[in-house]
Design a protein around this ligand. Structure first.
Ligand code: CP
Length: 310
């Protein structure tokens, strides 16, 4: 059997078939997490290094759980606890880790392109756990898995992505994934937080939330990423919330069975009303649950797993 995935660096370079392959495998992995003994020997003897040089709760812990549920040995390194804090370059850090013969390095980094840069310079597989404002491929995969659980095929479904699109690697990966899966993607947010090239990616751009979410099947709310913003992109968070927040009033414009998603962490009361985040339309914690299954599938594939053995 040929090895189907050498690395997972982005969604843009995946085909629709490859996306569906990962999602199909994730469904099988989901079943492992439903068992009372949540462990299979699939990756016994394999080593996974998580190198998280930017903060993370969900991605980091779910990659670690995913590796452990497949019986791999997993270690995690964070920026403050690593020699990058003493000035070591990213390349030196990953070459030193690669010298210890891991099978997979999972990298989160604040620079767009960092996983691509290291992938051609190490022997092990590299998985992008979020790079700058570029892509967050496993987030888009877990988002698609969650949407498909609720909506079935995404062909012809309308997904509205609302908020700080300019700084969102989640939005970029989702637009690539959703357009490949046949969904109609709308994006909405202030002009200052909307990349100029976003229409070319296949999304329809709205300057107001209401028309974007009207009759949508899925409303995906993005975090306002204050840490990545220059000053002055929005007047203040109260005004942002008033004009671009998703709340129990404007959600009524979406389809009656529309689901509400958010990649987390949530700025409660800024981009999303707390009652909606915790309400019956919300699938936010299901997204987190799918994160483990999707990351199990990805780790299995890049660690050399074949589809016959899956
Ligand atoms: N969604 C997401 O990437 O969350 P974390 O930053 O907590 O990993």
């Amino acid at each position: 059997m040929s090895r189907p995935f050498r690395h997972l660096l982005d969604i843009e370079s995946l085909t629709r078939g490859e996306i569906l392959t990962i999602l199909g495998l994730a469904q099988k992995m989901w079943e492992v997490s439903e068992r009372s003994v949540k462990k299979v020997p699939t990756l016994r003897g394999k080593t996974i290094v998580g190198l998280f040089l930017e903060a993370s709760t969900r991605t980091r812990s779910s990659f670690e759980l995913a590796g452990k549920r497949l019986s791999a040995d997993v270690i995690n390194i964070s920026g403050s606890g690593s020699s990058t804090s003493k000035g070591e370059t990213l390349l030196d850090t990953v070459k030193n880790l690669d010298a210890m013969s891991p099978d997979v390095i999972v990298l989160r980094h604040s620079s767009s392109g960092a996983p691509h840069f290291i992938a051609s310079r190490v022997r092990c597989a590299v998985v992008n756990a979020g790079d700058g404002t570029h892509e967050h491929p496993t987030q888009a995969l877990l988002d698609c898995a969650t949407m498909m659980k609720h909506k079935g095929s995404l062909e012809g479904k309308t997904v509205a992505i609302v908020g700080d699109v300019a700084h969102s690697r989640v939005a970029r990966s989702n637009i690539h994934a959703l357009t490949k899966l046949g969904a109609n993607v709308r994006v909405a947010g202030p002009r200052t937080l909307m990349p100029v090239d976003i229409g070319a990616m296949g999304a329809t751009v709205f300057e107001r939330v209401e028309p974007a979410i009207t009759d949508a099947d899925v409303v995906m709310v993005l975090r306002l990423q204050s840490e990545r913003q220059e000053a002055g992109l929005i007047p203040n968070t109260r005004e942002y919330s008033r004009y671009f927040g998703v709340n129990s009033r404007n959600i009524e414009l979406a389809k009656p069975d529309a689901i509400v998603m958010h990649p987390g962490p949530i700025n409660r009361g800024v981009e999303l009303e707390p009652e909606l985040a915790d309400g019956s339309r919300s699938v936010i914690l299901e997204q987190v649950t799918y994160g483990v299954a999707v990351r199990m599938a990805v780790l299995y594939l890049v660690a050399g797993g074949t589809l016959d053995e899956g």
